[in-house]
Design a protein around this ligand. Sequence first.
Ligand code: GRF
Length: 190
Amino acid sequence: MKIAVFASGNGSNFQVLAEQFPNNVKFVFSDKPNAFVLKRAEALHIPRISFGLKEFPNKAAYEEEIAQNLETQQIDLIVLAGYMKIIGPTILNKYCGKIINIHPSLLPEFAGSPHAIEDSWQERTGLGVTVHYVDTGVDTGEIIAQRPVPYHDNLEKYEEKLHQIEHELYPEVVQKLIAEFEESGKQSAN
Ligand code: GRF
């Protein structure tokens, strides 16, 4: 199973995935040329692709360029890991059911919030992590796995624990999807 990871920022989730699935992660795409995720990818010798929406006349053209890279690499699964753009129809129509995302709350609580960690911590509800398929809504796709994160009265400590749980849960889900993909490949070969 060939995987592309999309990330806009720090890239800690990208890093654990690239370390655990070095044969599967074919490239990382970032819409932010200065994102730290690109430094992580360089250190791990994972190919990097980076360009911003502003370089294109519209979002469809931007996504068309991304889609061409996905097609060239024959990508089977897109893993969003802190990618701060909504996936539009140009990619979604081609990769429906093949895009997953990680969100730092127990969905549907705090769906669409760019600061779901702080929101859930403040309201003491929805504390946890969700991995889900991406559909046309924002954080509304089918849920694959969820894991609660215990409340801590210190936000930084809570956040630390949440990221630790993300770094366990995301590879577990990817591992399961790789196994299913390989199994279905074997069955269609028979
Ligand atoms: C994670 O908390 C993830 O849940 C959210 O964005 C953050 C990305 O962190 N979607 P990192 O860039 O992987 O460190």
